[in-house]
Design a protein around this ligand. Structure first.
Ligand code: ATP
Length: 507
């Protein structure tokens, strides 16, 4: 089995070779951390978005969807705190000229110490065998204790410095713990500076009359500023939700790991408006619902875990991430945040407009509290690709790469192959295609041997291949081959749609 770094490389290469993801502007050597979705990728992405929308909007009578503009009034971002606080601390190494996020450098250093502890524990577990008590070992082993203390000391310096915007202390911390640049190996660092992640541009035709506006760094604010319009025109009663999917932009200091961290990406967000005081109940509800949604796709439960935040953003009173085991380890895929009334109250203040809800049951007006679920569509795409990528070798020495994409998300549901290009088989195959394509994305292919065509569709994750042969002309039956098991069955043409539909229901 390939190691994890290799696996990510293989997925990137596969995504390019089979038309899922291309680097943006590749003929000009690409644009850093920007990617384009190709013919198969855009289908997969659309299917993930639809699957989310269906679960959130179609299946909840009290959730509606909107599609707000990317450009918003600049004061929105003042009110939301993004102008003043959507910053990451950056630092450059003077020798390698590489730029880093200062907090990430420190966190990577902590991770190294953690892995030392884990190695120590693993060694001891081997030595002591069954009688090993990990808790006791960690509480008593001097080397482990010293490393735990080191981590605590670092955290106790990093987080307060981050909260206080104290860049100097972060620099001193980096120097004190002796972090070296992974490229140059030197400790020749610049000062740490705050860097705002919002992209800005000018709106208006003349420079003097122009005003600075931002490309939205999250879709959530488009929901907040429309809260009252939607509540009134939709006659929504609390608790209710507003969902939206769309592009967001962040000028990430270090963007890497393929589509995991990009400068232009897509979010799928839902803001759920609740009575103040009931937010924790809904926070737990949405944590549970969202985890179930992930697992409904048939991905093993062990690939997901919750990470509860100890350090909360200024607007939150509870927050958790759903992490997925990507090839580069467990990383954030989705956030569930209890945002209190922070955003609506701030927009009330800055706009001077009341954003209240009159609760007929309590006969009271209040600013609702909000529980948000926020997932990156591109990260979900990478999670699906990473889980789907499978290399198989058979007893006869042949091998294949098969993308075990959940059928409901697969770019194509059925591939249709005439066995040969003659004897009326293509015409018959076209007839079947023309009928099936009303219900499913179908792919018609007559080039190359059947085995090659199967492999091509394994590689893009098509759950079914249907072959039309001479017998089809006689008795209207076809061979249908299932992607994962490679089982082949002879069935009537009229049954194809039923077989496919059944598979789409049972993941
Ligand atoms: P991270 O800690 O990884 O930077 P975040 O906590 O800043 O993420 P949120 O602001 O909570 O992320 O955004 C919600 C979701 O949007 C994330 O869970 C992630 O899936 C996605 N996301 C955020 N930034 C990016 C990015 N640069 N590229 C792709 N997806 C992103």
């Amino acid at each position: 089995m390939a190691n994890n770094e290799d696996l990510l490389k293989k997925i990137i290469a596969h995504a390019k070779e089979y038309g899922f993801v291309f680097q943006s502007s590749e003929i000009y050597d690409g644009l850093s951390a920007v990617y384009d979705y190709a013919q198969n990728g855009s289908e997969l992405k659309k299917n993930i978005r639809d699957y989310w929308w269906k679960a959130m909007v179609q299946m909840h009578e009290n959730i509606v969807g909107i599609d707000s503009a990317i450009f918003m009034h600049p004061t929105v971002w003042k009110a939301s705190g993004h102008v003043d606080a959507f910053n990451d601390p950056m630092i450059d190494n003077k020798d390698s000229k590489k730029r880093y996020r200062a907090d990430v450098l420190v966190e990577d250093h902590i991770a190294k110490i953690e892995s030392k502890i884990n190695k120590e524990v693993a060694k001891a577990a081997k030595r002591f065998g069954e009688s090993f008590d990990e808790k006791q070992f960690k509480e008593t082993n001097p080397r482990v204790l010293a490393n735990i203390k080191k981590i605590e000391d670092i955290k106790n310096r990093l987080y307060p410095a981050m909260d206080a915007n104290d860049m100097e202390s972060i620099k001193t911390l980096i120097e004190d713990i002796g972090i070296v640049c992974p490229i140059s190996g030197s400790k020749n660092w610049t000062e740490v500076r705050q860097f705002n992640l919002m992209f800005s541009t000018q709106m208006g035709s003349t420079a003097e009359g122009a005003s600075e506006i931002f490309l939205r760094p999250e879709t959530a604010q488009g929901i907040f500023v429309n809260y009252l319009n939607v509540q009134k025109t939709g006659r929504m009663k609390i608790p209710f939700g507003i969902a939206q999917t769309g592009k967001a932009f962040r000028n990430e200091i270090v963007a890497r790991q393929f589509i995991f961290r990009m400068r232009e990406f897509e979010q799928m967000e839902m803001q759920f408006f609740v009575r103040p005081g009931e937010e924790m109940k809904w926070y737990e509800y949405w944590k549970d619902q969202r985890m179930k949604w992930h697992q409904s796709l048939g991905i093993p439960a062990g690939k997901f875990r919750f990470h509860d935040h100890d350090k909360l953003a200024h607007y939150a009173n509870a927050a958790a991430d759903i992490e997925f085991e990507f090839p580069m380890g467990f990383k954030e895929l989705e956030g569930i945040h209890s945002r209190t009334d922070f955003d609506l109250a701030a927009h009330e203040k800055y706009s001077g407009k009341k954003l209240r809800y009159h609760d007929p049951e309590l006969n009271q007006s209040y600013v609702p509290y909000v529980v948000e679920t926020s997932i990156g569509l591109d990260r979900m795409f990478l999670a699906i690709l990473s889980n789907a990528y499978t290399e198989e070798t058979f007893e006869d020495g042949n091998s294949r790469v098969v993308m075990k994409i959940p059928p409901v998300l697969a770019p194509y549901k059925v591939a249709i192959f005439p066995l040969t290009k003659k004897d009326g088989l293509p015409e018959k195959a076209r007839e079947i295609m023309n009928d099936l394509k009303h219900d499913h994305m179908c792919f018609y292919e007559e080039k190359d041997a059947i085995g090659k065509r199967y492999r091509r569709h394994d590689a893009i994750g098509t759950p079914y291949c249907v072959t039309i042969d001479h017998q089809t002309l006689e008795d209207n039956t076809v061979t249908i081959r299932e992607r994962d098991s490679m089982n082949q069955e002879r069935i009537a043409i009229e049954s194809i749609s039923g077989v496919v539909n059944e598979r789409l229901k049972n993941i």
